[in-house]
Design a protein around this ligand. Structure first.
Ligand code: FMN
Length: 178
């Protein structure tokens, strides 16, 4: 099975997860940033990673997502919020909808990722009534995020994508190839 790992990453979090996922992909797989615009037609399975920008996949990832058609896809996403938060669920659902309309989405992995310190500095200057003002809860969230992705996240990403690959192999063997 030919697999492609393609990702968009501004500050490196999503790239770390992409590199970990690529390590467990079958021999002959390819990894590329979305900026390289790799030709997706050549691959059976696409692992597509993005970072969350205002609740949505970042623009470059969205552009690539909208091009992919007729493929088996696994998504991976990094965001500043906790990976088990309602916000994370909503973000992955938005991304899933974009992919599902034209592809077979097999599964996804969500990972918290440290927020760019420049953005946190910007938040510090916001008035207290602003929705992104640094409340004690938000400061705690940024502190939690600051150590991610960590080694455990990367192991979890690999485990999730092994599971996704296994599902594809089973569905190919049983002829359930939708
Ligand atoms: C402009 C901007 C907008 C962001 N919007 C969100 C958001 O809506 N929700 C969230 O949880 N994290 C948000 N983040 C945090 C990033 O998604 C997170 O830090 C991500 O891991 C960055 O990935 P990268 O290092 O691969 O670029 C935002 C970060 C930036 C810079």
């Amino acid at each position: 099975m030919k697999t492609l790992v393609v990702y968009s990453s501004r500050t490196g979090n999503t790239k770390k997860v992409a590199d970990a996922i690529y390590e467990i992909m079958p021999e002959g797989s390819k990894i590329a940033p979305v900026a390289d615009d790799p030709i997706f037609m050549d691959y059976d399975f696409i692992a597509l990673g993005f970072w969350v920008d205002k609740g949505l996949p970042d623009r470059k990832a969205q552009e690539y997502m909208r091009k992919i058609k007729g493929k088996k896809v696994g998504l991976f996403m990094t965001l500043g919020a906790d990976s088990d938060s309602e916000h994370a669920d909503i973000c992955i659902e938005h991304a899933s909808e974009m992919v599902r309309s034209n592809n077979n989405l097999i599964g996804h992995f969500i990972c918290q990722g440290k927020v760019n310190p420049k953005l946190i500095k910007f938040f510090e200057k916001l008035p207290p009534d602003h929705s992104h003002a640094l409340t004690p809860e938000r400061i705690a969230l940024h502190e939690r995020a600051s150590t991610h992705p960590d080694q455990e996240d990367l192991r979890n990403a690999q485990a999730k994508f092994k599971e996704i690959l296994a599902k594809i192999v089973v569905s190919s063997a049983t002829g359930n190839n939708s």
